[in-house]
Design a protein around this ligand. Structure first.
Ligand SMILES: Cc1cc2nc3c(=O)[nH]c(=O)nc-3n(C[C@H](O)[C@H](O)[C@H](O)COP(=O)(O)OP(=O)(O)OC[C@H]3O[C@@H](n4cnc5c(N)ncnc54)[C@H](O)[C@@H]3O)c2cc1C
Length: 584
């Protein structure tokens, strides 16, 4: 076991982790631990854009952006946080520009902006151009820019280090204080303990719970799973976003920027069906609405293809030069993976799991909460793993690249300032005990279940029973299936027993996190007997503000793979926006 001591440890080198590192690294001794090489993080796959009311191409302001975010999130958004995000968006974009990010430009040389779902002028009057972009490689540019700046500031990276546990030390009242993390080094199989005064979790999402997903193989919710196993809460985990335009049958993402640039969704008879569901902004309605509309078209027999099980995204009316200049990767994905040339024919699409709105509850400084009010001293979270909550029950496109920059920065500053004002907390006697037991358990011979089989069955049941539409019956089926899979998980065999690059072992660990998070999702969804944002219950089709205008807080009871989950609720923070009917 190797031991390290830092002021600040950041777990994750995606956009949120590296934005935090840039701030923290200039103030305090900081290490970044990441299971992937930094520039392989999923932020690099983001395509369409990052929004800010720069008003570079038409009238706009941060108050409209705040309103859109709150309405887009179906009023489950904490309004103080949304206001901060929309206000700080402007500097967040300019900061990236100053760091060297090559945004697309207007002919006058300003940062260009494009339309995106749910972003409107003057409280819903029409779609507005708010998304800053670098072709359809915005996330790639952000990630490279942040990485280069981390290198410039001499950030210490520990690449291919899998954090498997958070170490906490009880204070005099027995409440947890963050004191370190335990990491597994992929190259050697060695365990490392990092003691730190503050720890920032920025481990990204958990889209691999589902079979059809736009998420990378590595988005297995590790940070969420680690926190949950400590008996600490996860907020609003029933809210997953299904992005309308995944390549049909594959789930690979076709950015909303395609519709932002004028792409149109059509059903089998060529009808622009979004005109019926969202008469004002049509194809640019928020994602939850578009995804449900697409599923409705298919359910009502208006789907395309031999099985009538998808709709199409039509860009054949857009000049080829525009498509090649503004959406080059998207053109390529469609040609490569479906053999469809978007210039000549519409692209088959269907909703794909894309984003988790829920996560580790934090306040606006990125401090993680242990209940509705109290923070866990020294622990911070930012990015997709966190729930501030700026996205409520449905995130607007381009608000995540924004979130990771705004709240990554805030968490980095807060973590460094905390570290400068505090001493290291003593680590408990045996910080690696839990991880050692867990790994030894997985490596011992105790059954013939295989990781790949259990993962496949989990993803299948979640796709069938807990995706765009849900009912009591489907959710109960998902719960029964996931609990049976958890039981089988205890009998898995990891065939590679080696120390070096044992990805088999780590996939088994990751599957354990996914199973627990699938269960949290389903338990929260069963209890939420209403439809709101990304959570649509066919048996409770309307929003119920009287009973459910509140955040879900899920706590794990009991140890090991216990399925005992306690749900509590947290009030939504309102500033000035009264919940309204959500029409577009
Ligand atoms: C295909 C696609 C396109 C998207 N397009 C857009 C878009 O145009 N606009 C927009 O706003 N949003 C978009 N999003 C969403 C957005 O990209 C993500 O929500 C955001 O980038 C997440 O950033 P993050 O820093 O929180 O996590 P990530 O970028 O996923 O980084 C997570 C980091 O955590 C590390 N990590 C994870 N587990 C561990 C562990 N156990 N130990 C150590 N390290 C760990 C990983 O190595 C990685 O460095 C898109 C998402 C996808 C999937």
């Amino acid at each position: 076991m190797q031991f390290h001591k830092y002021d600040v440890v950041i777990v994750g080198a995606g956009g949120a982790g590296m934005r935090a590192a840039i701030e923290s690294g200039q103030r305090a001794r900081t290490a970044v631990l990441t299971k992937l090489y930094p520039t392989r993080s999923h932020t690099g796959a983001a395509q369409g854009g990052m929004c800010a009311a720069l008003a570079n191409v038409e009238e706009d302001n941060w108050e409209w952006h705040t309103f859109d975010t709150i309405k887009g999130g179906d009023y489950l958004v904490d309004q103080d946080a949304a206001e901060i995000m929309a206000k700080e968006a402007i500097d967040a974009v300019l900061d990236l520009e100053k760091m060297g990010l090559p945004f697309n430009r207007t002919p006058e040389g300003k940062i260009d902006q494009r339309r995106f779902g749910g972003h409107t002028r003057d409280h819903g009057k029409a779609a507005v151009r708010r998304a800053c972009y670098a072709a359809d490689r915005t996330g790639h540019m952000i990630l490279q820019t942040l990485y280069q700046n981390c290198v410039k500031y001499g950030t210490e990276f520990f690449n291919e280090f899998y954090v498997l546990d958070l170490v906490t030390t009880p204070d005099e009242d027995g409440n947890p204080v963050a004191s370190g993390v335990v990491a597994y080094e992929l190259a050697t199989g060695e365990l490392h303990v990092f003691q730190a005064k503050s720890i920032v979790f920025a481990t990204g999402g958990a889209g691999k719970i589902f079979k059809t997903t736009s998420n990378a193989h590595t988005l297995t919710g590790d940070g969420l799973g680690i926190i949950f196993r400590k008996g600490l809460p996860l907020e609003d985990m029933e809210f997953f976003q299904f992005h309308p335009t995944g390549l049909a049958g594959l789930g690979i993402l076709i950015s909303e920027a395609v519709r932002g640039e004028g792409g149109i969704l059509r059903n089998a008879s060529g009808e622009r069906f979004m005109e019926r569901y969202a008469p004002t902004i049509k194809d640019l309605a928020p994602r939850d609405i578009v995804a449900r509309s697409m599923v409705q078209e298919v359910l009502q027999g208006r789907g395309c293809g031999p099985n009538k099980d998808y709709v199409v995204l039509d860009v054949t009316h857009i000049p080829e030069e525009t498509l090649n200049a503004k959406l080059p990767d998207i053109m390529e994905f469609s040609r490569t993976y479906l053999g469809v040339d978007p210039v000549k024919e519409p692209v088959p699409v269907f909703p794909t799991c894309h984003y988790v709105m829920g996560g580790i509850p934090t306040n606006i400084h990125g401090e993680a909460l242990r209940d509705n009010e109290n923070v866990i001293p020294g622990l911070y979270a930012a990015g997709e793993v966190a729930c501030v909550s700026v996205h409520g029950s449905n995130r607007l496109g381009t608000n995540s690249l924004l979130d990771i920059n705004v709240f990554g920065r805030r968490a980095g500053i807060a973590a460094a300032e905390y570290a400068l004002a505090h001493e290291h907390v003593e680590l408990p006697a045996d910080p690696t005990k839990l991880v050692e037991e867990q790994l030894a358990g997985l490596l011992s011979e105790h059954g013939d279940e295989r990781v790949a089989d259990i993962r496949k069955e989990m993803q299948q049941t979640m796709d069938s029973h807990a995706s765009v539409y849900r009912t009591e019956d489907t959710l109960k089926q998902a719960l029964t299936d996931v609990q049976a899979l958890k039981e089988r998980y205890q009998r898995i065999t990891v065939s590679d027993k080696g120390k070096r690059y044992n990805t088999d072992l780590l996939e088994a660990v990751e599957l354990g996190f996914l199973l627990e998070l699938a269960e949290v999702l389903v338990v929260g969804a069963l209890a939420r007997k209403e439809s709101r944002g990304g959570h649509a219950r066919e048996d409770y089709p309307t929003r119920d503000d009287t009973n459910f205008m509140r955040h879900t807080m899920a706590y794990k009871q009991g140890a090991g793979l216990s399925s005992d989950i306690r749900l509590d609720y947290k009030p939504v923070t309102f500033t000035r926006y009264e919940p309204m009917e959500r029409k577009y």
